[in-house]
Design a protein around this ligand. Sequence first.
Ligand code: ABU
Length: 503
Amino acid sequence: MNGVNGPQNGQPHLDHADGQYFLTEAYKVILEEVLCKGTDVKEKVCDWHDPEELSALLDLELREGGESHHQLLQRVRDVAKYSVKTNHPRFFNQLFAGVDYHSLAGRFLTEALNTSQYTYEVAPVFVLMENVMLTKLRSMVGWPQGDGIFCPGGSVSNMYAMNVARYRAYPQVKVQGLWAVPRLAAFTSQESHYSLCKAASFLGIGLDNVFMVKVNERGCMIPEDLDEKIELARSQGAVPFLVSATSGTTIQGAFDPLDRIADICDKNKLWMHVDAAWGGSVLFSKKHKHLMKGIERADSLAWNPHKMLLAGLQCCVFLLKDNTDLLKQCHCANATYLFQQDKFYDMRMDTGDKSVQCGRKVDCLKLWLMWKAVGTEGLAERVDKVFKYDIIYQFKFGSCFVLSFSMVAGKKPQFVNVCFWYIPPSLRGKEGNNDYQEKLSKVAPVIKERMMRKGSMMVGYQPLREKVNFFRMVIISPHISQEDMDFFLDEIERLGKDLYNAL
Ligand code: ABU
């Protein structure tokens, strides 16, 4: 065993003892740098460097010879040091955050086992586990039967929905291609996820044929406008086939009115998909699942447990009500080297041909192990807890900070996305000035740059149609304390109070 010296003469070594020694040491670094320091509020969320400087710090160049274990452990330490600590209590930047240690153990185990989800013969445990997970999640939607698959991201789940909906309406498309179908029209809200447009483009439906339905102030689809857009599409000679509603929009966290949308889909015989990648986890909460009232009437659903449930990237499911094997019929290619029809076990266990992928990562174990650890009740508590933080936040926004902060929707948001403008003292009371919006649009980017260079916290910002740049704070991690919440607003004020004078 070479121990800390690693491979000799730059030769790649495959010695188990040596590899396991390295892994043990690397794990200690991961534990210390990512999981201990990375969750410590006294440490930075990020150690920011501009790309040129970071490239030099990392020494990314690959060379002819290999490095010693000592050097490699320093590489591991550097990667951890300069990466963003998404487990940190002051990371509010994305729709994922925080760490669940049981899930993480599942992720390590998945990586160590290094298999592909496609057949029972190479993934017996995971084929059974995926089936159990999909059945359980479907039962929460209210579908006693159905189908589904774990996907690499919510965008891919949404693309599956579009493809399966088209296949149901025009099965000949699989063999004959776009020649065999009329101009199709899909409908989604102005605030839905951009993946619907990507899917339409990728599948040859075309961006012009995605009709954007208007939303109300909170970002929820307006059903009357959906009706109008369906008529508009027909008047242009297009054939409506799919409505994609959203439960938990990316920016405002809005929930579309599913029952009313289902009525319209029933009336027009359209496939109803719900992108619940972000909001789906409210189905765990007795108190908040009303936000998805009517979900059982949908045909399909995208749901990402790696978001609010903390299952870890990535853990995404595409669920269908259909139990006629539509998903497999739509995507199968019957590869004879994988899906032999004369196998010695029940070939229905080879679920890989439902997928558009060949090799497919195991994404069910992390969710299963976490769920086993805390139970359905524990996951429900997790969801309820972040909603409680949101209430505290709204109270603060509604009272003492009223001058400095302004809520984007002008009222209580539906979910845990808190969208707001910070108004620096120099802009307060100047709403009527011609350059007010232009100046306000520059505030969030400057504060964001300052917080990242300092490393004190991370929060996202964006414009939204006519609304200029505002912050979107996303509260997910159960490890967030009241002090973190207080720090957040105080830090924005500290970083931005000299604006607009300094711009
Ligand atoms: N798929 C939407 C995720 C974007 C975000 O984390 O903000």
